[in-house]
Design a protein around this ligand. Structure first.
Ligand SMILES: Nc1ncnc2c1ncn2[C@@H]1O[C@H](COP(=O)(O)OP(=O)(O)O)[C@@H](O)[C@H]1O
Ligand SMILES: [Mg+2]
Length: 349
């Protein structure tokens, strides 16, 4: 039987490009090379597509993918040159232009099957404000928040925040990930600076009630009709704020899998994770991140439709805990990509 081509798109234009390279390297090492050939393409910071390695067998441990520091400009291709009949694409990309529906739309135009969220699931979970509105309508618990737009009267917005929320609050650009542009604001006098920082990244900002809570995450897998969730895990922090550096650079995050929580809470979190996933037309995979307070109240913080995907990241580790190992998880995602592709094509009457 001839092997199937798995195309890895990695790097990308968003601030989360370094995480993407790590996830892609992890995938290329774990793939079952009896079944797959892996072709890799690096998307540079400026958006060019660069053809990088092709693997027919497991790469050496020291094999590295391209980064923005090592671009070979002679290998730039047209974005549409990635097309190959019957290939499945894994856009291992996070943040804007990767996880927001744009690359997904491009892949649909090319008529390629791809892993992960479809356009709607990607776009709606990438926008923290839209996601909140959707979760609200299906009754998923969330912390109180106020939306602020860049053309709003900021004084009035600050007043609304002071009335509706208690400090500290978290100020977040609607469209980012990996804590980029997010500020924890301890008092009204710091609010303006927090808003200014968030508006650098997006003209839509969400200001949220801060909660003193554990961070409990649940991995969801499947296409809309058939979806399953893992036992939740916990992000155990030794820093006050789970920011970009602590997440990826200093490695200060530890995980407890499964999270030590009551069976009832476990079940509720799984149910709400699936409910939230379905509400945004979840496809492929998502990591649903919750806050759990000391008195066992829980709130959905966000859905990450393309979560960190190194072998040691929370999402694959949660599935490994359920008995689905990393390489099998990748295969399952390929199957889901193909079935989503077939359904999509079938609906085009
Ligand atoms: N409302 C909140 N209360 C307490 N901590 C928060 C709140 N919102 C965010 N945080 C902290 O900031 C981190 C990043 O926020 P999050 O909304 O998950 O953004 P990102 O999309 O960048 O991951 C969270 O993991 C958590 O540690
Ligand atoms: Mg988060």
């Amino acid at each position: 039987m001839s092997k199937q081509t798995l195309i890895l798109l990695y790097g990308g234009r968003s601030a989360e490009r370094e995480v993407s390279v790590l996830s892609a390297e992890s995938v290329m090492r774990a793939v079952n090379y009896e079944k797959f050939t892996v072709k890799t393409y690096f998307i540079t910071k400026s958006g060019d597509f660069v053809k990088t390695q092709i693997f027919d067998e497991k790469p050496a441990e020291n094999e590295k993918l391209m980064t923005n520091a090592t671009i070979d400009f002679d290998k730039i291709v047209k974005a549409s040159d990635i097309y190959e009949k019957d290939a499945v694409v894994f856009p291992v990309l996070h943040g804007p232009m990767g996880e927001d529906g744009s690359i997904q739309g491009f892949l649909e135009i090319l008529r390629l099957a791809y892993i992960g969220p479809n356009i709607l699931a990607a776009a709606s979970t990438m926008d923290k404000l839209l996601a909140k509105l959707v979760f609200e309508t299906v009754g998923v618990p969330q912390v109180p928040y106020v939306a602020v737009f860049s053309d709003d009267n900021l004084q009035a917005a600050e007043q609304e925040i002071a009335e509706k929320l208690q400090f500290p609050v978290f100020v977040k650009p609607a469209n980012m990930g990996s804590s980029v542009g997010i500020t924890k604001v301890g008092s009204p006098s710091e609010l303006q600076a927090g808003l200014k920082e968030a508006f650098k990244y997006d003209s839509r900002v969400v200001v949220e009630q801060g909660v003193d809570a554990r961070e409990i995450e649940c991995a969801v897998l499947g296409n809309n009709g058939e979806v399953s969730a893992t036992l939740p895990g916990e992000v155990v922090k030794d820093v006050a704020f789970y920011d970009y550096n602590s997440k990826y650079i200093d490695n200060k995050i530890e995980m407890a899998i499964p999270a030590v929580i009551s069976p009832d809470l476990q079940q509720e979190i799984q149910n709400y994770a699936i409910k939230a996933y379905k509400s945004v037309n979840g496809t492929g995979l998502s990591r649903c991140d919750f806050f759990v307070t000391a008195d066992n109240k829980f709130y959905l913080n966000e859905i990450n439709a393309i979560p960190g995907f190194t072998q040691w990241s929370m999402y694959p580790s949660l599935w490994a805990n359920m008995g689905l190992k990393y390489s099998d998880l990748i295969e399952k995602l390929v199957e889901l990509a193909q079935s989503a592709f077939e359904t999509r094509e079938k609906h085009l009457l």
